[in-house]
Design a protein around this ligand. Structure first.
Ligand code: GAL
Length: 376
């Protein structure tokens, strides 16, 4: 079994787009280690679109790294990453061209999978642009799923068809380990909120070995880079990161990690949040909130050790108070249990509540607790 927890790593796209190079990847690998990301559980360094030449090698038909960007080739980069105990990811596309108009893998799936394996690739993100007319999307993912298995190397298969063709209903059968379910994230509050709202009802099919991928994080971008737009403040980044954790979504960082600030570093390495994300059972959260204001969310998630994650999210423009009525999650008052919660983002420590809990949450922000039941 290749994957039994949501994959964690860093991907070039959100910040760098086509501006990628050997030195960027090596510097980011070094930063990855210096920041303690590896110790926190992050593993994959992933090069997204725009790494190859515009055409295949005319003699071998193979993909060729663009020599100006990657003068030492991909094997050398893979070695650099592997020597540091990390894993190496690359990108291709199910259609004839990639989304940024480089050669895609259509009808070259087995050759390309062999090439990736020979370079030491551990992870393949597989996009969905330029699909030939009349070809079924699911069939293209079946092919690459098969090709990766045949390659003789363990390669994580990260499908990226943006939720087309009801992807959640068939993707697991192709051998994929994660599947993008939405269009591209932008670095603003509306974008990540829209993404989580669209997927909340569909989390029941995201499960160990094949996780719903709600896109690379914009946490720490502050408006810089390709998907930068207006950027977010730290309250929104806290909410975004916590929501990805409640959703058991892959945690692929997308900021320039060479310049990550301390606020971002401590958020993305928060042990308790990562523990929620990496829970082996990956159960979807239950949701309640304030019935008269749909911008307040309360999420309650079963964890594999018998504790629970409890999150309060304020997606409103004003500070506000939100609630957890424990009976909404299956704990009626007459059952005779109280709930002890431990604050994992702030310094409230431990407190015990009976029947319900009220929490003040600033606009755009969240509060997250680990909860356990205690018999009265
Ligand atoms: C999009 C994909 C992005 C990025 C981009 C590259 O289709 O959703 O995450 O990979 O293509 O061109």
């Amino acid at each position: 079994m290749l994957v039994n927890r949501p994959p964690m790593g860093w991907n070039t796209w959100n910040t760098f787009g086509k501006d990628i190079s050997d030195s960027l990847i090596r510097e980011s690998t070094d930063a990855f280690l210096d920041l303690g990301l590896k110790d926190a559980g992050y593993q994959y360094i992933v090069i997204d679109d725009c790494w190859s030449r515009r055409t295949r090698d005319p003699e071998t038909d193979r993909l060729v790294p663009e020599p100006e960007k990657f003068p030492y080739g991909m094997k050398s980069l893979a070695d650099y990453i592997h020597e540091r105990g990390l894993k190496f990811g690359m990108y291709s596309c199910a259609g004839q061209r990639t989304c940024a108009d480089y050669p895609g893998s259509f009808d070259h799936e087995f050759l390309d999978a062999e090439t990736f394996a020979s370079w030491g690739v551990d992870y393949l993100k597989y996009d969905f642009c330029y699909k030939p007319q009349g070809v079924e999307g699911p069939w293209l993912y079946r092919r690459m799923g098969m090709a990766l298995r045949a390659s003789g190397r363990d390669i994580l298969f990260s499908a990226c068809n943006w939720g087309s063709d009801d992807v959640w209903s068939w993707i697991r059968s192709t051998g994929a380990h994660m599947y993008r379910s939405t269009g591209d994230i932008m670095d603003n509050a509306e974008s990540y909120r829209k993404i989580v709202k669209s997927q909340l009802p569909k989390l029941g099919t995201s499960a160990p070995q094949c996780y719903n991928d709600i896109d690379m994080l914009t946490v720490g971008m502050y408006g810089k880079g390709l998907v930068g737009t207006t950027g977010c403040g730290d309250a929104d980044y806290r909410s975004q990161f916590a929501l990805w954790c409640f959703f058991s979504a892959p945690l692929m960082l997308g900021c320039d990690i060479r310049h990550m600030n301390e606020t971002t570093r401590s958020l993305v390495t928060n042990r308790d949040l990562i523990r929620i994300n990496q829970d082996l059972e990956a159960r979807p959260p239950m949701k309640s909130g304030r019935p008269w204001n749909e911008n307040f969310w309360t999420l309650f998630k079963h964890l594999d050790d018998g504790t629970y994650a409890l999150g309060f999210f304020n997606m409103d423009e004003k500070d506000g108070e939100t609630y957890a009525n424990f009976s909404d999650f299956g704990l009626p008052n007459h059952a005779g249990y109280d709930v002890t919660v431990r604050d994992i983002l702030g310094d409230e420590g431990e407190q015990t509540y009976r029947e319900y809990m009220r929490v003040k949450v600033p606009a755009h922000d969240c509060k997250v607790y680990i909860a356990k039941l205690v018999k009265r």
